[in-house]
Design a protein around this ligand. Sequence first.
Ligand SMILES: [Zn+2]
Length: 74
Amino acid sequence: MTERATISLKVLEGLYAVATGKLTHVNNGSCPDILEGALIRDDECLACKMLDAVDIQMREAGVALPAQVTSASV
Ligand SMILES: [Zn+2]
């Protein structure tokens, strides 16, 4: 991967917490999963808010989400 974008350390910490399972989704129906897809977010879920922050910074940097995230199949 050679593409680079600036990301705040706070957002990176949040992403790391979600990725390692330190911060888990509430899973009340609107969190990303195999049924709902990768791009859905729950406004009441802190893990989803962390992913939202990543989404925003990637969008602002003009970086597209990886194809494995945006594709319909897993
Ligand atoms: Zn969630």
